[in-house]
Design a protein around this ligand. Sequence first.
Ligand code: SF4
Length: 389
Amino acid sequence: MSAPVIQGWCPGALKPMESGDGWVVRIRAQGGRLEGAALGRIAELARVHGNGLIDLSARSNLQIRGVTPETHPALIDGLRALGLIDEDAGREARRNILVTPYWCEGDGTQALAAELATALADGPDLPGKFGFALDTGPVPVLAGASADIRLERGAAGLMLRADGALQGLPVTQDTAVPAMMALARWFVASGGVRDGRGRMAAHLARVELPAEFRTHTVELPEPICEKPGPTAGGVLVGLAFGQIEADTLATLAATVQAVRLTPWRMLLLEGLTAAPDLPGLIHDPTDPMLRVVACTGAPGCPQAQQSTRVLAAGLAPHVPAGQVLHVSGCAKGCAHPRPADWVLTATITGFDLIAGGRAADIPLRRGLDPQALIADPLLLTGRPHAPLL
Ligand code: SF4
């Protein structure tokens, strides 16, 4: 096969992204679900052809880390044998579909996912981060997840909604995918793609959505905050920092018939009522590690100014329940693009502290030392008698 192109910020399997620990190979599971046998094989491939670390992304994709130019071809062959490789990198990039993990047999969600994937194969070229959400379980749960074209199930049935719009278009099982594709084509034709980038909500701030896509006012779903534990169809288990080791994944795969991938750094283990007790898995909904978010940081990401996860884990017990601390390796803030209660953004001189904002926002304090922060978390506030953080 020809050498893959290594660039951009949305890696695929055929178009991996270079990182500080090798290439990142992203797997887009069909319908957001993997059988246990396939999951076990992915764990084996990650161990043999990567560095044994696997991420679960905020778009419900698995990412095999530490792949090299030498191991990439064999990895792709292994993934292709599992039916996880698209015909070419363009089709792979367009198949950016987030599926509710709470779909039920007979609700049409998996059929919609398959139909949309087929339609996108011959669809227009879309920006790398442009994606679709099939939020068609009993109630919408993906409002807080990144997507540009959303299909949501409400009391009145299926509603197509452009991200950022307050109105939508009622559709049926038969008309949903054609309408989603029509909206994607409008996005491209109306100038939504600039230098290969572009998102729907930003585009709608500049360009009016055609009336045909906004016939009905919609009640916008609230973002939800899921926790580990029993849920519809199985049990949710958290992954610390959204990462799992290949050995743990292999053991997990042997205990479950199938997993559904979620955008919440959790796996839904189909049909189980309790998750196996394995290293790195989070079972307790009150676990402090659920209150911290941290990107790969140094040395895994070449943009990172500092390591992030040791600091985040050290501070986790001090984050009050109900709050989120985001530790970011640079101002890009990949791990949590939305505002967080507290953000520590790495710079060349230490960490900048931001309250109630994003990683690139103006800090309250600058140059905080990570070792000193772990030793004395009160340094975050600068007020010795203030509550921690
Ligand atoms: S936020 Fe910066 S350091 Fe962290 S993964 Fe993104 S680019 Fe890398």
